[in-house]
Write a protein that binds this ligand. Sequence first.
Ligand SMILES: Cc1cc2nc3c(=O)[nH]c(=O)nc-3n(C[C@H](O)[C@H](O)[C@H](O)COP(=O)(O)O)c2cc1C
Length: 187
Amino acid sequence: MTNLKILAISGSLRAASHNTFLLRAAQKVNPGGLDIEIYDSLRDIPPYDLDLDTPQDRPPIVRDLRRRISEADGLLIATPEFNYSIPGTLKNAIDWVSTDWTKTEGLPLLHKPIAIMGAAPTNFGSVRAQLALRQVFLWTHSDVVVKPEVIAFRSGERFDADGNLLDDATADLVAALLTALKEKILR
Ligand SMILES: Cc1cc2nc3c(=O)[nH]c(=O)nc-3n(C[C@H](O)[C@H](O)[C@H](O)COP(=O)(O)O)c2cc1C
């Protein structure tokens, strides 16, 4: 059987992002059977504009993201918490891939299996952002993994200078999340 395709998106743009590190850790603890590709163009997605949200007029980068999400068997999203919610860059990208105004293409996020996790340096590390993201995916009718919840709180203590995950407990949780995502896709 061919591997399942997982598109992984970090909600943080910075080079030393703990959330991007978490996605790299997911690639390492892959339980098998998954190809996990990290999306690296979030910073290039322009602000959402409904006037351009048609199959003909969408910016090429948005078309590319919509295609990659449609072709993926599942998504893995690592989100930081910005002001008790998800970063605007991440929400903006989700808005672009949440629509089908012409009713000709299908909705990229409809029933899409999605796993959510997050890292933040605070004691409450990304909990509220993850809840906010779950709420977004209610409207898009996506199929979000409920458990395990992966909350890398006090994330500064969990990675070395090269971004390697040092914490076995978090690694085990990430692996369990991937297994749950895989089971959801195969169900
Ligand atoms: C604009 C902004 C708002 C933030 N708001 C919160 C917040 O509400 N709660 C929180 O736990 N951390 C907050 N933080 C801290 C982020 O959680 C922290 O920068 C985190 O490491 C970002 O993830 P990254 O390492 O993947 O870049 C905020 C950071 C920024 C830049």
